[in-house]
Write a protein that binds this ligand. Sequence first.
Ligand SMILES: C[S@@+](CC[C@H](N)C(=O)[O-])C[C@H]1O[C@@H](n2cnc3c(N)ncnc32)[C@H](O)[C@@H]1O
Length: 283
Amino acid sequence: MYSNKPFLKIPPLSAAEYRRWAELLEHRLGIIVPQERKLFLQSKIWSRMREVGYTEYDDYWNFIQSGIEGNLEWSQLVDRLTVHETSFFRHKPSFDLVSDDLKAKIARSTKPLRYKIWSVSCATGEEAYSLAMMAQSICAADEKEAHFGVTGTDVSSPAVAIANQAIYSKDKLATIDEKYHAHITEVSDEMFVIKDHIKKRMAFGVFNLLDVNKPSNIKYDVVYCQNVLMYFDKAVREQILDGLVNYLNKDGLLVIGQTEINAWAHKRMARVNKSRTLAFRLK
Ligand SMILES: C[S@@+](CC[C@H](N)C(=O)[O-])C[C@H]1O[C@@H](n2cnc3c(N)ncnc32)[C@H](O)[C@@H]1O
């Protein structure tokens, strides 16, 4: 029932309710919530239910299933259930790999290069802006007029909204090399914003990795997919990677987290040999 009454104690999810919610998450997001994470699931659902005034798991379940309003609520719940931990320039060796790739392609190209990067699960945007700041510095130093664009997507629409705003806490400056500070403006004692010359290179949107095998004509030179595969089971990880291959331009790079998959191979992809990275190139 709908209620504004305060509640202190979290009512336990019954075994059947836990199974039903865990199956919904696996079906809609591919995310596995094992029995050990039941309390996490319960507390996240409960705190969101409290915010929108529900006191019964059943009523909230029915609300989630109900048309447009239910869909909007689902995206809020997804935001609570997913982990958005991220930072600027999170894994330097992977960024160096992309930097080397862009420089090599500029050097080889005989006409102005258009280089497109996809930050696949960009959370609140730090990864996508890091790629853009890096690409901007490389393209600006080039005489051949290279251009770039970065697309950032995530399943969480609140996270994507933060990415679009491009406003971050100054604590986050610690991992941004000073040579990139020209791309940001301090807006207060606590916050900075990404400058417009970078923002205009970006496109952010909501995308569920489980849809990656649906037909698409969009192609990128880099598909950057880090710290998300670990939330899926092995078979789903492999299906996602197989799907991401179709988004690559010829000679395109797929850059994934170093420990996120074991023994994935694809007949169209060759492993890139660079230490402390896990990446593949379209043959
Ligand atoms: C830990 S963050 C990683 C952010 C960034 N890639 C990085 O490495 O810093 C994981 C992100 O994956 C997103 N995610 C989880 N399931 C997803 C799905 N099915 N499709 C797309 N993104 C998903 C979450 O919303 C979250 O923002």
